[in-house]
Design a protein around this ligand. Sequence first.
Ligand code: AMP
Ligand code: MG
Length: 374
Amino acid sequence: METPIATEIIPVRDGKSITEQADLARAADCIRRGGLVVFPTETVYGLGGNALDAEAAKHIYAAKGRPSDNPLIIHIADVDWAEEYCHTNELFYRLACAFWPGPLTMIMKKRDCIPASVTGGLETVAVRLPSDPVANALIRLSGVPIAAPSANLSGHPSPTTKEHVIHDLSGRVDMILAGEPSEIGLESTVIKVEDDRVFLLRPGAVTYEDLCALLGEDHVVVDRIVTEKVTGDFVPMSPGMKYRHYAPKAPVLLLHGTEDEILSYIQEKTKEPDAGFLVYDEDAPLLSAVSARTLTMGRGDDPAMQAHRLFLCLRAFDEMPDVGCIYARTPSRAGIGLAVYNRLAKAAGFTVVECGKAPETMPEKRSEGDLAHE
Ligand code: AMP
Ligand code: MG
């Protein structure tokens, strides 16, 4: 890492008080001058820089330790801004009308003012209009689109609280706007928009079902990278999806089977001294004997809560000593459950245990060099 810089940590709530507005004006000024500002959004915290400044983009990659072929999302303050930065079409505005401001990122052909360093050299650019009031005020006051990947060090789960951000990025950015925990807790839905259909590249809180309700099933294609492990020569439409994201240090295993099979498998595994469990709230009583290494992500029928808590849980496992392996419930794929499933499956490298068919072999512990880039 380069020499640490002084990071100013500024508490914010909703950007409405006079002092907060003064702080946001300073943060906006920092962005315009090429600096880096972390800010809250409704999805996860973002690490922002001026999206029109090629150097600022390079600083973002350096601060995160992110490979520079993994393009950045640019954040705008109003739908009217979009045309200046990308080539829009009718479908783009239909989607914007339905889901913006909110957790939907649209990939469109870029305009020349967006530097290649922002898009990883691609001819397309990813655009989002966040609903979070602090994010919106910061972008509006900056007067420029803000390129912002998730504000984690590459290899760590995305940050959903100010504590995560301070842990990862103190000394690497100019300012951190320390707000509330992220409402959604998973990154935005990413779609590639064509003339009459969209490709779902990363599921999020704008769900497959939401897109189908607006466009019809025939016009929504789910890219295989959402649910499958892809290897070898496969070139994903979304470069970031090829990296193994969100991985905690201990290997994660997804539990498959009937409810009874899963519960008895879990009970058997409680005998392992280093087993960790990521389960539903209703499973917790079963696991009280090993509660120190049991984390709950919400009720089985509450995927929104699972989304909200998932990254918090993955980070918490890293803080626990002696967790050798994490056994995780496999979330339902309906609604935002598909996004929870996608992130957890990626954390597990899509490794599944068929609980009715044990014994299985334990995956090996990961080496540092094996860790995710994102
Ligand atoms: P993050 O910045 O961590 O929210 O991740 C952004 C995601 O959007 C990554 O998976 C990127 O690969 C994807 N992305 C950004 N820009 C593009 C683009 N122009 N084409 C395809 N995927 C993109
Ligand atoms: Mg990220």
